[in-house]
Design a protein around this ligand. Sequence first.
Ligand SMILES: C[S@@+](CC[C@H](N)C(=O)[O-])C[C@H]1O[C@@H](n2cnc3c(N)ncnc32)[C@H](O)[C@@H]1O
Length: 341
Amino acid sequence: MLSIRLPLALDSGLLALPETGRIAVIGPVAGTDLSALPRDRVHVVQGFRPDHDAFAARGYEVSTEPAGPYAAAIVCLPRARGAAQARIAEAIGHLSPGAPLAIDGQKTDGVDSMLRTIRARVPVGEALSKAHGKIFTLQVPDGPVFQDWAAKPLHLPEGFQTLPGVFSADGIDPASALLAGALPGRLGARVADLGAGWGFLSRAILERPDVTELHLVEADHLALGCARVNIRDPRAQFHWADALNIVLPSRMDAVVMNPPFHTGRAADPGLGTGFISAAAGMLAPHGTLWLVANRHLPYEDTLKHRFREVEEIAGSPGFKIYRAAKPAQAQTPARPGKRRV
Ligand SMILES: C[S@@+](CC[C@H](N)C(=O)[O-])C[C@H]1O[C@@H](n2cnc3c(N)ncnc32)[C@H](O)[C@@H]1O
């Protein structure tokens, strides 16, 4: 919890901010309390749309990418090691040698091993441990000490490009593969892929010749960037957006999705049910939802509430695939956006 550790780090002198200059806070999730920092100097860097919008609504300057120079930076560690390293390398690229860089993370996000790894490269002072995590600081080294940590695209054998930290970066998700195999030969002209990730399902959708328009809706800016690389088809339209709030230009004939069901580390089936409601709201009256979910997820009540025809059309011991048709009339988004797969 950066909210708890940051004021302690500042009060104890563990993090000494320069008197002037911008301060980057990279990757804080919505709700993180940054009031210990001088707001007019803070630049929040956040590529996950609901978190990005939450900081913008609180009046912070927010972007998807760092835009230095900064006098100091605070990096919030994501769970994926490669993504964490890339975030640190990127922050350093926007700081001058000697500038303070604070790194904050939960134990469950690997902060202890990150501290050990960094200590093996550069001097690091005492770490402050609190609220199941740590914050520590280093002075930006002079030289390319962390250059090898810069983000490197991963190339999957099926011809897709991904990045560390995006959903299913190392390979095609088995649930999505199952859904792709169960889709009918025709989907309709206008289709949306909600939570499109790096574009696996979108490519399968675009194999259908009747599709004239595909809307890829994805909250993770990095994942959508990968999708832009992977999907080179003029029928594709890319939306960096919260699927729970987006309003598409017209009603869809089909929605295809493998919805997220985690907020941070915690399972959150409410996110998946929010996606189902959002899908019902964006479909034309004759439109159809094609959905895959882990078998244990309790989506049936919401499906039956939002659609008049619901059938399980395929599955495996771990996953179930639903076709849901005849959406109940216009839905409003189920709830504000939440985070992650
Ligand atoms: C289970 S993954 C599926 C990704 C992709 N469709 C695939 O099959 O590989 C769910 C995706 O939803 C995205 N996501 C999470 N919350 C979102 C939201 N509120 N709006 C849009 N996308 C979201 C995640 O970043 C992730 O890429």
